[in-house]
Design a protein. Sequence first.
Length: 120
Amino acid sequence: MNNVVPDFYMTSSEDSRLRQLRKCYIVKRFPSPDRDDYLLIRIFPALDGEIFGVAGGEIEQLIIATRHKGISLFPVQKWPVAVYVLRVLTKNIEETRTITDDEIALLGWAEIYDSQLNIY
């Protein structure tokens, strides 16, 4: 996946645990009872799960959602976009049709960018 062109890039200006620049690849959009804009992504490099209290592994899949009302990921109108970064708590999330609050956990806040050139 390292050589595949990413859909966008993610970093955080507010959370040092998410500061490292990551390539992001869109997997699937999900609705929930509260909103319709959750986006499942694969990231490279993966997050160290230990930093987030997840023993024994890396976190390669995340869900993101916009932080500000009136802003959408579908489609993005203006970059960068402030997002919530959420960890997937269930197995086989790609086979799920909707997401509920008990299937995700907030890891932090970040921003997504359309290009490495536009970061900061």
